[in-house]
Design a protein around this ligand. Structure first.
Ligand code: ARG
Length: 462
């Protein structure tokens, strides 16, 4: 049986790690995911050792070549694990030593798994961020395509789930896309913030052997080095940040899912979710359930649970590294994987959903123009607060006489406010009113086109 990395002090039979601890201690099922990053970090570290004169250039080259062999073994699945392998770092170092003997044992000089594991995690984060951005980009792209294709389609806009004002379907669609754009921006900011190299922090006190951290940082594409070794080895803020970014993105997908679920009901019937993203009922033959989107809604609960999980894990750990921190990977990878699933499903749903334009437009009703009626009076010089009150009376009149706003005789309107005139009839057209909202960010076609351009430029450059 191979020796544990730290086995020297634990010589006798009674000192053998209890099986249940060995099982719990082993992080291999999680950290195998960044075997490649672990190898990249180790190759660079061997070069740094050679630069510091701690090993020869030939040693560094041999270590590099042997680690490439180990990489291939991971890749083709031929890598074997021993019961003494605690984690990915142990496996790589053991295999290295099996391949090149004593030279391999020099690699860990001045290094600890404490600075090694966060270096790996930060290297993995680049991949995590890149793939999450790609998933977000795909959903934004699908939303932009739907918005572009359906420009000019009107629908009721809601607040409190009550019909509020007419808007363009595209405006609604892009409201979700902009939330996802902000998620991308948050991830890009995190990429910059997390880009400091922890390697060279050792177990906690730093490196006493002259390893050039600045050189290592450049070698591994970091913008700089972490400024305090004790902080560096216990710092998991970048993991919390990443899971927070995933949580927020999942909340955005969940809210989008909720809108779509509602709009797909027979009561709304604004959209039809494609067969490929719907399921049936084992009992009720007529059912068509939006399970895909309900799962997306559910996934966000689980990602937010990972966020609390990592925060609760960190809370209460004393300064520097403690084994509790090993769980960071479980939370980060789970959040990442689940978000990927949700993004893929939402992209598919958006791409394949069908709009029921007639239903959307026939769901509009004249009362939704009450605000525009108030603006009509404002344009005639009536103070807004006063105009709001008059239109309130008009709405009450309509309700009392079971009429729509535009069915009230002009004479009756003039009894409420003398500024009403025949031109009030023009305020009855939904399309004309929507086009008045042409400020930046408004629902007029001009503004929606601007929004489309903003998002298209953004995803092109992403
Ligand atoms: N597997 C460990 C982790 O994921 C690596 C660091 C181990 N460090 C230690 N001092 N035991 O956190």
């Amino acid at each position: 049986m191979a020796q544990q990395l730290w086995g020297g002090r634990f010589g006798d039979a009674e000192g053998k790690t209890n099986e249940c601890l060995a099982k719990l201690n082993c992080s291999l099922p999680l950290d195998s995911r960044f075997y490649a990053e672990d190898i990249d970090g180790s190759i660079a570290y061997a070069e740094a050792l050679a630069r510091a004169g701690l090993i020869t250039d030939k040693d560094a080259a041999d270590i590099g070549a042997a680690l490439e062999v180990v990489r291939r073994e991971w890749r083709d699945g031929s890598i074997k694990f021993l019961s003494s392998d605690e984690d990915v770092h142990t496996v790589n170092e053991r295999r290295l030593t099996e391949l090149i003997g004593d030279v391999g044992k020099r690699l860990h000089t001045g290094r600890s798994r404490n600075d090694q594991v966060i270096t790996d995690m930060k290297l993995w984060l680049r991949r995590g961020i890149r793939e999450t951005l790609a998933g977000l980009r795909a959903v934004i792209e699908a939303s932009v395509a739907q918005a572009k294709q359906n420009l000019g389609t009107l629908m009721p806009g809601y607040t409190h789930l009550q019909r509020a004002q007419p808007v363009q379907f595209s405006h609604w669609m892009l409201s979700h896309a902009f939330a996802l754009q902000a998620d991308c921006q948050r991830l890009l900011e995190l990429k910059e913030r997390a880009n400091l190299l922890p390697m060279g922090s050792g177990a906690l006190a730093g490196n006493p052997l002259g390893v050039d951290r600045e050189w290592l940082a450049k070698r591994l594409n970091f913008a700089g080095v972490t400024p305090n070794s004790m902080h560096a080895v216990g710092d998991r803020d970048f993991v919390v940040d990443f899971i927070y970014c995933c949580s927020l993105a999942s909340l955005h997908l969940s809210r989008l899912a909720e809108d779509l679920i509602l709009y797909a009901t027979k009561e709304f019937d604004f959209i039809k979710i494609a067969d490929g993203f719907s399921t049936g009922s084992s009992l009720m033959p007529q059912k068509r359930n939006p399970d895909s989107l309900e799962l997306v809604r559910g996934i966000s609960g689980s990602i937010c649970a990972s966020l609390s999980g990592i925060m609760m894990t960190i809370k209460g750990t004393p300064t520097t590294y403690n084994k509790d921190l090993q769980f960071d990977k479980q939370y980060a990878f789970d959040a990442f994987d689940r978000l990927q699933d949700a993004l893929t499903v939402v992209e598919g749903v958006i791409k394949t959903m069908q709009l029921n334009r007639e239903r959307m437009e026939s769901a509009l009703s004249p009362d939704m123009l009450a605000t525009d009626w108030a603006y009509y009076l404002v344009r005639k010089g009536v103070p807004f607060r006063q105009a709001h009150h008059y239109i309130g009376e008009v709405v009450a009149y309509a309700e009392k006489h079971d009429l729509e706003l535009n069915e009230i005789p002009l004479g009756e309107l003039q009894k409420i406010c003398k500024e009403f005139n025949v031109d009030i009839a023009q305020v009855s057209d939904y399309g004309v009113n929507v086009e008045k909202y042409d400020v930046t960010g408004g629902t007029a076609t001009k503004s929606v086109k601007q929004q489309l351009k903003t998002l298209q430029n953004f995803i092109e450059e992403l």
